[in-house]
Structures are given as structure tokens and as C-alpha cells.
Design a protein around this ligand. Structure first.
Ligand code: FAD
Length: 416
């Protein structure tokens, strides 16, 4: 068992790194675990570009100085727009080396409560005791695999998050399922890698955003319609950009705007790359059966046929029970709604001292938390909450001593 630390941060993606940068700057005794930008590096396809605009793809440090612009200058290599994933990963690594040099690239296997707070157990057996844990473990474990494909081996049907290199599908017949950016971009990348591709979308249309970029970028108009993170439809985007206000809206309105802001869609710059991809809309896969090295699909319009692979770009649904490192007893103490933690100020859950950042925070703080753009708000809020709690704890012994002197004073003569 190692020495105690005040805070443990789990995760070294945009949220974990940003939170750690702020905690470090406040002089908090923090240990940070995770692999730098690992989800972006291993679980997204090579050649992908970020859908989020430049301003909304920044990690957060207190001085807002470790920006993509600063990275560009420091590296001497320009970053193009839309931002290529390899450059974003490199930016994350550069950010980490400057703001979170204390990162330990180690895996957490268990978190449990103990008398003084928490016990965080690492894969190599070391256990760290700490007063608070900030979980920024990402969406990896929440990948949705529709039940129709449950019986198929991964060689025949896989989730989009299982692939970095799509070259293995060269010359294969692949059906991509889904209508969001991930499905549309995977289809474009597969087509460019000479796969024979078809896109099957449940919705009746393909939705596009940024079809007229000037509506987002031309200052007077763009600034009225869309807030800087550009998450959500026109006008609603301004509420989404202010998570502290968003939280105050009636639940029904939060839910309605959440749905509108996270609807599957593609960014306009992708459209020309899909010109030659056959897209079937309004269709569902009814069944998928393994036939040798192929999958037989039956679609809701009656079509039946065999393909080499099904790529499920079917998104992610938060369910905290899928974080393997959360002990069963801790999960049972968490107040959750539909798998999401109910969070209070400073992203703190119903278990005092346990904070959740990123997508798990989206039910409490809104859709911005599903995007990199939410990292600045989240990192500042969690750091402030940690620092305030520390002040209270530091002030406690003094206040306690004064209180007990006041209470003890009249007793002294009686007792003597
Ligand atoms: C295909 C795709 C494209 C996307 N494009 C965009 C985009 O363009 N713009 C945008 O804003 N958002 C985009 N997103 C959403 C994006 O995933 C999130 O915004 C972002 O990753 C959230 O960051 P995070 O820090 O919460 O999680 P992640 O980046 O997933 O980081 C999770 C971290 O937790 C660590 N970790 C996990 N488990 C453990 C453990 N047991 N022990 C130690 N460490 C652990 C990992 O090593 C990693 O460092 C995209 C998502 C997908 C799937």
C-alpha cells in the first residue's frame, strides 16, 4: 500500500487530462492513471477527422495556453481543418507532457470505499488510498451491439470501436449499420480502401449539419445561431454551451434538447465522399446468421443476402455498471437513472468524493459532456469543488478546536 493521495484521476483522454491539468495547477496532491488518448489512438479509424470545430476541440488548462494553435507553433507542423485524428492524438500527448507530467500509464482494476475515502487498486497490485476519485474513463465500455448480431463472432460482425485499421476490409463486401458521423465516415473510409460497401440506416433520412458552413462561421449570423462549441441545433446550442444553466431547465426540456442535440447526423464535408456509396434509409436488420465465412442478413424490406462483414456503428449508451473497475458495492450506493449517475455540484455523485466526467455526466450536465468542448467547464468545476472541499477540511480542525473550547470552557470550573 502506497502513501495516501488527495485525489486520484482515472483517465487520460480529453476530460481526465484537463481535470488533472487544473488540479495540478491548484497544487492538489493528485495521482493520474490511464493511457494518453488511448481511445482516440486505438478505437477510432485511421484517417478519420474530428467532427468538432477547432475551438471546440481544445483540451483545457487554467491559462488556456495549451491550445491547438500553440501545439501547431511548437511542433512547426500546421494542423489542417477538419482536424485529422493523428494530429489530435499528437496534440493530446503534447498537452499531457506539459500539463500532466505526473501521469502514470497504468490501469485501474478496482475502486472501493474505505474508512478514509477510497482504495484504488492498480493492475500490478498496488493500492492507493485517497480522499476523492475523479473518473474520466470514457465511453469504450458502453459500445452498443444490437441483439440481432449477438450470436455472431467478431470476425463477422464488429463494433466500429474495435477498429483502427480499416485496410483489412479491402476487397470485402461490408454492410455498415448506423446513420451518425461514425457510420458515415467509416463508410467513406471503407469505400476509399476499395471495400464493396453499403450503408443501412434505420432513420428515414440522412441528417447533415454544417451544410452551409457560413451559417456557423459568418460572425454576426453564426454567433446568434450557434454558441462556440456548436453542439445542438440553432439557438438550443447556446443553452447547451452553458451546462450550469442547462441543469436548471425543467427535466422535460433538458430531455427534449438532449435528444435534438445528440441525434445521429453527419458533418457536411463528408457528403461528397459518400457520393458513390449505396445508402438504404428507413431499413432495419431483422436477423443476421453466420453462413461459413459470411453473414446472411435479412432486412425489413424483405431483402436477404450474404456479406463478408457487418460493421456496427451503432453508438454508445452509458451504463456505469460496465465500468469493470467500479466495485459492486460502490455501484449499489450510486444514485443512477438509466445507468447514468445523478451528479451534483462539481460533478460529484451520490457517493461523496466520487466524481464522474465525460459522457456519464451528460444526463446531469447536458449533451456538451459528450464532446471534447465540455472538458473546460468540467475540469474547472471539479477542480473548484476539490479545492473548496480541501479548504473546508483544512479549516475544520481550527473551527473544531474553537468550538470545543467554547463548549469546554464552562465545564472546566465544574470539573475542577
Ligand atoms: C468515432 C468517434 C468520433 C468522435 N469524434 C469526436 C469529435 O470530433 N469531437 C468531439 O468533441 N468528440 C468526439 N467524439 C466523442 C469523444 O469520444 C469524446 O468527446 C471524448 O473521447 C471524451 O473524452 P474522455 O476523456 O471522456 O474519454 P476518452 O478519450 O475515451 O478517454 C478515456 C481514458 O480513460 C482511460 N481508462 C479507461 N479505463 C481505465 C482504467 N481501468 N484504468 C486507467 N485508465 C483507464 C483510457 O486509457 C483513456 O485515457 C467521438 C467519438 C467517437 C466514438
Amino acid at each position: 500500500m502506497k502513501a495516501k493521495s488527495d485525489v486520484v484521476v482515472i483517465g487520460a483522454g480529453p476530460y481526465g487530462l484537463s481535470a488533472a491539468a487544473h488540479l495540478n495547477a491548484h497544487g492538489v496532491n493528485v495521482r493520474v492513471f490511464g493511457e494518453t488518448m488511448s481511445f482516440w489512438d486505438r478505437n477510432m479509424p485511421e484517417g478519420m477527422c474530428l467532427r468538432s470545430p477547432w475551438e471546440a476541440s481544445q483540451l483545457s488548462d487554467p491559462a488556456r495556453s495549451l491550445t491547438i494553435d500553440a501545439f501547431q507553433t511548437a511542433s512547426g507542423v500546421p494542423v489542417s481543418r477538419p482536424i485529422p485524428i493523428a494530429r489530435f492524438v499528437a496534440y493530446g500527448r503534447w498537452f499531457q507532457s506539459h500539463a500532466v507530467p505526473n501521469l502514470e500509464q497504468r490501469k485501474v482494476v478496482e475502486i472501493e470505499k474505505d474508512t478514509a475515502g477510497f482504495r484504488v487498486v492498480l493492475a500490478d497490485g498496488e493500492a492507493v488510498r485517497c480522499g476523492r476519485v475523479v473518473i474520466a474513463g470514457g465511453i469504450g465500455p458502453f459500445a452498443v451491439r444490437p441483439p440481432q448480431f449477438a450470436g455472431l463472432p467478431r470476425e463477422l460482425a464488429s463494433h466500429s470501436s474495435e477498429h483502427r485499421d480499416l485496410n483489412r476490409f479491402r476487397g470485402k463486401r461490408v454492410v455498415v449499420i448506423g446513420g451518425g458521423q461514425s457510420a458515415l465516415e467509416s463508410a467513406a473510409l471503407l469505400q476509399e480502401r476499395q471495400a464493396e460497401i453499403e450503408l443501412v440506416i434505420r432513420e428515414s433520412v440522412v441528417r447533415w449539419t454544417w451544410q452551409r458552413p457560413w451559417l456557423h462561421t459568418f460572425r454576426p449570423v453564426g454567433a446568434v445561431l450557434y454558441a462556440w462549441p456548436d453542439v445542438g441545433p440553432a439557438f438550443i446550442s447556446h443553452a447547451v454551451a452553458r451546462p450550469d444553466l442547462y441543469r436548471l431547465l425543467p427535466r422535460w426540456l433538458q430531455d427534449s434538447w438532449y435528444v435534438k442535440s445528440t441525434r445521429p447526423n453527419g458533418v457536411g464535408w463528408l457528403k461528397p465522399r459518400l457520393r458513390d456509396v449505396p445508402i438504404s434509409v428507413g431499413l432495419a436488420v431483422l436477423s443476421a446468421t453466420a453462413r461459413g465465412n459470411q453473414v446472411e442478413l435479412k432486412l425489413s424490406d424483405g431483402w436477404r443476402g450474404q456479406v463478408d462483414h457487418v460493421l456496427m456503428a451503432t453508438g454508445y449508451r452509458v451504463d456505469l455498471r460496465k465500468y469493470e473497475f467500479l466495485s459492486g458495492s460502490l455501484v449499489s450506493e450510486l444514485r443512477m437513472i438509466e445507468g447514468c449517475p445523478v451528479l451534483g455540484r462539481g460533478f460529484e455523485s451520490s457517493v461523496p468524493g466520487l466524481h464522474f466526467l465525460g459522457a456519464p455526466a451528460a444526463r446531469s450536465y447536458g449533451p456538451l459532456m459528450r464532446f471534447v468542448a465540455g472538458a473546460d467547464f468540467a475540469a474547472r468545476a471539479v477542480a473548484q469543488s476539490v479545492v473548496c472541499a480541501r479548504r473546508t477540511i483544512v479549516g475544520w480542525p481550527i473551527a473544531d478546536a474553537l468550538r470545543s473550547r467554547r463548549v469546554a470552557a464552562p465545564r472546566t470550573p465544574e470539573g475542577t
